[in-house]
Design a binder for this molecule. Sequence first.
Ligand SMILES: Cc1cc2nc3c(=O)[nH]c(=O)nc-3n(C[C@H](O)[C@H](O)[C@H](O)COP(=O)(O)OP(=O)(O)OC[C@H]3O[C@@H](n4cnc5c(N)ncnc54)[C@H](O)[C@@H]3O)c2cc1C
Ligand code: FES
Length: 250
Amino acid sequence: MTTATSPTLALAPPALSLPKAVRIASVTAENERTKTLIFEARWQAEPGQFLMAWLPRFDEKPFSLVDADPLTLTVAAVGPFTRLLHSLQPGERVWLRGPFGHGFTSAGRRLLGVGGGYGVAPLSFLARRLAAGGKQMTVVIGARSAADLVFVDRLRREGAEVRVTTEDGTAGTPGLVTAEVAPLLSSGAFDALVACGPHGMLAALAGLAQRYGIPAELSWEAYMRCGMGLCGSCEHEGRLLCLDGPVLQA
Ligand SMILES: Cc1cc2nc3c(=O)[nH]c(=O)nc-3n(C[C@H](O)[C@H](O)[C@H](O)COP(=O)(O)OP(=O)(O)OC[C@H]3O[C@@H](n4cnc5c(N)ncnc54)[C@H](O)[C@@H]3O)c2cc1C
Ligand code: FES
């Protein structure tokens, strides 16, 4: 279901300025607990960077960009803030600041992307950028079940070759995403790995990348408050993910 108002493009502020109020242009349900919000704005950002979304008198939380023009965020409802975002309608406003952090460098020539859950969001942005430069990527999407999958069609439209795995076998290859990725990495068909998803998945992928000698860029999640290196809440193995990440070289 998609609802929409007519889009008006506005330029975004630089990363360290105050949040900017941006109107929602449309809301699309991706699956039972995930919605995509398209805003009346375009934003200067790279795939893998994130924005801080603020709902005044409530909270402020980080989200990866799915696209920069028009600005697009995909939100899984997991708690109070994301449920409130889900209740917003076209025409209502969210206060946004950013972009923050380092995104994917997409240095490889034959790129394998792996996305778990809403981790496919930045991969869609990356696939679009690569396609614009004449490069195609392969993306393996992992989900618990068919009902949890997002972006399969969107990634194909962006020019990516898509493979699907589900833990309960209701779509694609049954099992964990890492079981699908291991033979792809060992085949020699790819010279770089990029991934975004839960920590366990990323840790397993870091091990596979090391085993097959393939450079990997992994996008890690952490609790973010300031987004600019002040509060320390996003510390991960001695690094501040809002500044050094969220994408780190494995
Ligand atoms: C760089 C980055 C990019 C992100 N991109 C997206 C995105 O594109 N789409 C999206 O839906 N979500 C994204 N998230 C996660 C999103 O920020 C959280 O889901 C959101 O803050 C949850 O807020 P809430 O109040 O709804 O739920 P909460 O009640 O705060 O959390 C619900 C559950 O999720 C866990 N959780 C919440 N935030 C984190 C976190 N940062 N790391 C580990 N566990 C967490 C909590 O422990 C709790 O179990 C991203 C997070 C980061 C750090
Ligand atoms: S979110 Fe405050 S230091 Fe990273």
